[in-house]
Design a protein around this ligand. Structure first.
Ligand code: NDP
Length: 292
């Protein structure tokens, strides 16, 4: 029997500016190959003034969806047809899904974090400390609240961003969930003592990101306890000072690659309806970043 020829590949991708160093393609395309999907993930440089046209182009080319990264996560919303629940709460989109011609904005950053955490512990009723109040902290804190954690302490250098995030959590987010929940803000101006009641501690700042790899969070290291889960969002390098310090003290540790892979898994599930193999995706990233 003659095999039917098909040279038309399905398209997804990433819109960012600048975007050349974004490694997502290196984890998504191996996952497509392993699933036997003839799909491509394109790394596309889209300047802010071209975002509207790029979204129109994605519709015209029949993209199955696309990721959005800096600086498009908020601006893209006006060009979409609707938003998923957590993207609506956060006011930011990192993953667009084409559902029967309608572009739906989702946010997989926080969902990826919660999915990695669930491999270790149930987030429900947990007491959580999050360093940072930017996009990653916002995504993680909203999803942690939705996942049922009981308290979130946002520790941030600038008061304004920290207080704004805590206000969002204690109003819009709290109103949308059934469980008891409370968020509070701590201004991070001196060495922070992690309270012994904290069960999940997350670095959602950019401290430790390449090239500043020796940077440490200003925390009292003795307050890291073995019964805490310590997570770091930094994917490059995955073994940050925090990851090393927490590992040395016997804590359970989630590194930034796990979260990156987990959010990629969710994106592929949204786009294709199939579940990829996370180990293939992590290998793709380790080949880029190195695992040390
Ligand atoms: P933003 O720029 O939105 O926020 C950065 C945060 O880090 C702010 O809270 C900022 O505090 C804080 N910060 C930066 N430098 C310092 C410092 N020297 N001391 C204290 N606080 C500091 O960035 P994002 O939230 O978008 O991204 C943060 C990190 O998360 C990035 O490194 C990114 O690579 C990573 N990330 C990882 C993902 C993954 O899947 N692993 C997904 C998304 C992001 P202030 O408000 O005071 O400026």
């Amino acid at each position: 029997m003659v095999k039917e020829l098909n040279f038309k590949q399905e398209l997804v991708g990433c819109f960012g500016f600048p975007v050349a160093e974004n490694p997502t393609q290196a984890m998504i395309e191996p996952a497509f190959n392993a699933l036997n999907l003839d799909w491509r993930y394109l790394t596309l440089e889209v300047s802010p003034e071209n975002l509207k046209r790029a979204v129109k182009g994605a519709r015209a080319f029949g993209f199955k969806g696309f990721n959005c990264t800096i600086p498009h996560k908020i601006e893209v919303i006006q060009y979409l047809d609707s938003l998923g629940e957590s993207a609506e709460l956060m006011g930011a989109v990192n993953c667009v899904v084409n559902k029967n011609g309608k572009l739906i904005g989702e946010n997989t950053d926080g969902k990826g974090f919660v999915s990695s955490l669930k491999q270790i512990t149930d987030p429900s009723e947990k007491s959580c400390v999050i360093f940072g109040a930017g996009g990653a902290a916002r995504a993680i804190s909203v999803e942690m609240a939705i996942a049922g954690c009981s308290t979130i302490t946002i520790v941030n250098r600038s008061t304004k961003r920290g207080e704004q995030l805590v206000q969002l959590l204690n109003t819009k987010v709290k109103d949308s969930i059934k469980s008891t929940f409370h968020a509070e803000f701590v201004h991070w101006e001196q060495c922070y003592q992690i309270p012994s009641s904290a069960e999940v501690v997350i670095n959602a700042t950019s401290i430790g990101l390449f090239p500043d790899i020796s940077a440490r969070l200003n925390i009292e290291l003795e307050t890291l306890k073995p019964d805490m889960v310590i997570a770091d969002v930094i994917p490059n390098p995955p073994k940050t000072q925090l990851v090393n310090d927490a590992t040395e003290r016997g804590c359970k540790v989630i590194d930034g690659l796990e979260m990156l892979v987990a959010q990629g898994v969710i994106g592929i599930e949204y786009w294709t309806g199939q579940s990829p193999d996370p180990s293939i995706m992590r290998k793709g990233l380790e080949d880029v970043f190195g695992s040390s």
